[in-house]
Design a protein around this ligand. Structure first.
Ligand code: PMP
Length: 400
C-alpha cells in the first residue's frame, strides 16, 4: 500500500545538522541551525530555567491537561512581554492570545486562521525569509508571494523595493515581518524605516503579521526588540504576532510560544480567541505545560526576571563578540581591500555572508563547516577560538 510513497528531500536547515553529525573530521563546525552554544560550543540551559524548574518540583505541580488556549499565567506574561505590561491595549482586553507549539506552531495556527476567515487573502513574505515560512503557508493553503528585502549589491536592505512591493499588493494582504533580527539576513529596518513601512501598510489596509522569534536576543533588551511591534500596535492597527521562547530562554525542545491577535475591541478579541481554540482542538488538543510554566515562573518572579535579562544580555553579548572577531579576522586576512563591515551591521544570531551555493558547498566539502546553502551562518554556534579558521574558509570559498 505504501509502495507509492516517494522519498522526501532533507530539510534545508535541520538536514544540515544530520550531515554534521555524520562528519568525523575534528575541525568540523556546525553553523547551520540557529541554536545558542557556549564558547566551548556546548548547548546551554539557562540558570533561570533550572531555578524555575526547581520551583516547579518544590511546588509539586501536576501534569493535568491544560485548557485548549494554554496556561493562563503564561498567556498573560507573554502578551505583557510583547506589548509592555502597562500597554493600554492589554487593559482594554483587545488581545487574543493563545499558547502555541513554539514559533512554528503559532505561525501554523495563524495560517489556519487566515485560510478559514480570509479565503483568497495572500501572505507577503520577505525575499529571502526563514525557509519554513513557505512550508507553513503551503500546508495551510494560504497563497503567498515575496516582497523585495535583501539587496546583494549592498548586502543591505532593499528598502525602496520593499515599500514598492508592499504598495503593489492587493488591499488586505497579510504582510509578514520579522520583529527583529531578520532571519536569514540579520538586516533590520531602522526606526524611521519601520514608520514608513507602517504608513504603507496602513494606507493599503494590509494586516501586519509579525514573527517574533528573537525578542531580547537580538539587542539584549526585551523592550527594544519589541519596538517594531509596539509601533504598529500604538497606531491602533490590528496586528498578528507569533512568539517563540526557543532562543531567548533556550527552550528549543519545550515548544513554547504564542499567537497574539491585536483586535479593534475586546469583543472582537473574545471571538477571535474562541476561533483560535477551535482550530487548535482538532490539531493537537492542548499545548504542553512544562515550558509554559517555566516562562510564567521566570517572568512572574522579579528576581528571576532580572536574572533572565542578565543571562540574555550575556548570550547576545557573546554573539556580538564573535561577530566582531570574525570581522577583524576577515579584514586582516583579506588582502583585496573588500569591505566586510556589513557583518558588523547585521544583528541577531545569523550572518548572511553573501556566499553563493557553490561557495557554501566549498565551506562544507573542503573545510567541514556546515551552513545553509543560502550563505547564512549561525554566529551562535561559533566560538572566538574558531573565528580565524572560519575566516580562512570564507576567504578561500569566496575567491576560489
Ligand atoms: N521564525 C523565525 C524567523 C525563526 O528563525 C524561527 C526559529 N528558527 C522560528 C520562527 C520558530 O522557531 P520555533 O518553532 O523553534 O519557535
Amino acid at each position: 500500500r505504501f509502495e507509492g510513497v516517494t522519498m522526501a528531500p532533507p530539510d534545508p536547515i535541520l538536514g544540515v545538522s544530520e550531515a554534521f553529525k555524520a562528519d568525523t573530521d575534528p575541525k568540523k563546525l556546525n553553523l547551520g541551525v540557529g541554536a545558542y552554544r557556549t564558547e566551548e560550543l556546548q548547548p546551554k540551559v539557562l540558570d533561570v530555567v533550572k531555578k524555575a524548574e526547581n520551583l516547579m518540583l518544590e511546588r509539586g505541580e501536576n501534569k493535568e491537561y491544560l485548557p485548549i488556549e494554554g496556561l493562563a499565567a503564561f498567556n498573560k506574561a507573554t502578551a505583557e512581554l510583547l506589548l509592555g505590561a502597562d500597554n493600554p491595549i492589554l487593559q482594554q482586553g483587545r488581545v487574543a492570545t493563545i499558547q502555541g507549539l513554539s514559533g512554528t506552531g503559532s505561525l501554523r495556527l495563524a495560517g489556519a486562521f487566515i485560510e478559514r476567515y480570509f479565503p483568497g487573502a495572500k501572505v507577503l513574505i520577505s525575499s529571502p525569509t526563514w525557509g519554513n515560512h513557505k512550508n507553513i503557508f503551503n500546508d495551510s493553503r494560504v497563497p503567498w508571494s515575496e516582497y523585495r528585502y535583501y539587496d546583494p549589491k549592498t548586502v543591505g536592505l532593499d528598502f525602496d523595493g520593499m515599500i514598492a512591493d508592499i504598495k503593489a499588493a492587493p488591499e488586505g494582504t497579510f504582510v509578514l515581518l520579522h520583529g527583529c533580527a531578520h532571519n536569514p539576513t540579520g538586516i533590520d529596518p531602522t526606526p524611521e524605516q519601520w514608520e514608513k513601512i507602517a504608513d504603507v501598510i496602513q494606507e493599503k489596509n494590509h494586516i501586519p503579521f509579525f514573527d517574533v522569534a528573537y525578542q531580547g536576543f537580538a539587542s539584549g533588551s526585551l523592550d527594544q526588540d519589541a519596538s517594531s511591534v509596539r509601533l504598529f500596535a500604538a497606531r491602533g492597527m490590528e496586528v498578528f504576532v507569533a512568539q517563540s521562547y526557543s532562543k531567548n530562554l533556550g527552550l528549543y525542545a519545550e515548544r513554547v510560544g504564542a499567537i497574539n491577535v491585536i483586535c479593534s475591541s475586546s469583543d472582537v478579541a473574545t471571538r477571535v480567541k474562541s476561533q483560535l481554540k477551535r482550530i487548535a482542538r482538532p490539531m493537537y488538543s492542548n499545548p504542553p505545560v512544562h515550558g509554559a510554566r517555566i516562562v510564567a515562573n521566570v517572568v512572574g518572579d522579579p528576581t528571576l526576571f532580572n536574572e533572565w535579562k542578565v543571562e540574555m544580555e550575556a548570550m547576545a553579548g557573546r554573539i556580538k563578540g564573535v561577530r566582531q572577531k570574525l570581522y577583524d579576522s576577515l579584514s586582516a586576512k583579506d588582502k583585496s581591500g573588500k569591505d566586510w563591515s556589513f557583518i558588523l551591521k547585521q544583528i541577531g544570531m545569523f550572518s548572511f555572508t553573501g556566499l553563493n551555493k557553490a561557495q557554501s558547498d566549498n565551506m562544507t566539502d573542503k573545510w567541514h563547516i556546515y551552513m545553509t546553502k543560502d550563505g547564512r551562518i549561525s554566529l551562535a554556534g561559533l566560538s572566538l577560538a574558531k573565528c580565524e579558521y572560519l575566516a580562512d574558509a570564507i576567504i578561500d570559498s569566496y575567491y576560489n
